[in-house]
Design a protein around this ligand. Structure first.
Ligand code: 5GP
Ligand code: ZN
Length: 109
């Protein structure tokens, strides 16, 4: 059994608030959100860093992130993807953060 926490979320072995799911992609709310609506978009293919993921497994990621941005109505937002400890990666399964800045509260998050 994989020790990867995000693989466990994909399998349904641990709970997450899922926002979108397809054959290749899962999006869910971050457990420690930096702002309201902070979501993670991940390929179902396990790999630690971006360079470990085949191109075809990445195709849907940004379109899904875009849809989540549009769903929040955020005007200001960050899409982030960390690789390696020195780059602040904590979970070794590729994930894209979608961090909306609440409208009218640009100083928060
Ligand atoms: P990183 O620093 O690796 O780019 O970000 C990892 C993110 O995963 C963090 O924002 C953290 O809150 C989130 N995270 C870690 N464990 C879990 C979990 O079990 N469930 C969810 N939903 N998010 C998690
Ligand atoms: Zn994994």
């Amino acid at each position: 059994m994989s020790a990867c926490i995000f693989c466990k979320i994909i399998k349904g072995d641990i709970p997450a608030f899922k926002l979108f799911e397809s054959e290749r992609v899962l999006a869910f709310l971050d457990i420690q959100p930096l702002s309201r609506g902070h979501a993670l978009v991940i390929p179902k293919h396990h790999g630690s860093k971006l360079t470990d993921i085949p191109d075809d497994q990445l195709e849907e990621i940004l379109p899904v992130a875009k849809k989540l941005v549009l769903a929040t109505g955020a005007i200001n937002y960050n899409i982030l993807q960390n690789n390696g400890r020195l780059a602040h990666q904590e979970v070794d399964h590729v994930h894209f953060h979608m961090i909306p800045k609440p409208n009218g509260q640009e100083g928060l998050g």
